[in-house]
Design a protein around this ligand. Structure first.
Ligand SMILES: [Zn+2]
Length: 184
């Protein structure tokens, strides 16, 4: 699965809120280094890759990015926590949570739906309110990666968002450094 640009959609977060954060690459000061969500189509492609219900309403991309930054700030402790809290709580408003349950219908028998932002906000709150989960949220140390993921390994020593990207880049750098030492 790819974004509309052809870039692969990679899921590494383990939670919806974390996978939204990972729709961009981030510099160490928390600004976007590489943006994957350009159009509403990108939001739909990403939601499809996650297996989210098709009934979810797609968002304005701008609104979803504001929420994404707020979620990331709360989970990493960067930025203004007060502002971020306000953004996340705003995103949850107006949600008919009953509609998240299977086969929920409104009074007229229509299927009702949530927005992606509402689900992301609740995912973030559930991580933040669970001490075990928040202690397992890790920030990938890859250069200009900044992805977040839930480390569910037994020993809690997962280091990279994905071996296929950051893990292998780090390995290649180590090998290169070693060769330089050997060939001196
Ligand atoms: Zn990474």
């Amino acid at each position: 699965m790819t974004y509309s640009s052809g870039a692969p959609i990679r899921l590494a977060g383990g939670r919806l809120a974390l996978d939204l954060v990972n729709t961009a690459d981030w510099t160490s000061d928390g600004t976007v280094a590489d943006e994957k969500l350009v159009t509403v189509e990108d939001v739909c492609l990403w939601a499809d890759a996650l297996g989210l219900p098709k009934s979810l309403q797609p968002e304005s991309v701008g609104q979803l990015k504001v929420l994404r930054s707020a979620v990331r700030n709360l989970l990493t402790g960067q930025g203004d926590a007060g502002v971020a809290t306000e953004v996340v709580s705003q995103a949850m408003q107006g949600a008919d949570w009953k509609s998240a349950l299977p086969d929920a219908r409104d009074e007229s028998g229509q299927a009702v739906s949530l927005t992606i932002a509402q689900l992301v906000a609740v995912s973030a709150v559930s991580i933040l309110s669970d001490e075990r989960e928040i202690s397992r949220v890790k920030l990938c140390p890859g250069h200009d990666c900044g992805w977040l993921f839930l480390d569910e390994t037994r020993n809690g020593r997962r280091r990279w968002c994905l071996m296929a990207t950051c893990g292998n880049r780090a390995k290649a750098r180590r090998n290169y450094a070693r060769r330089r030492v050997v060939n001196g």
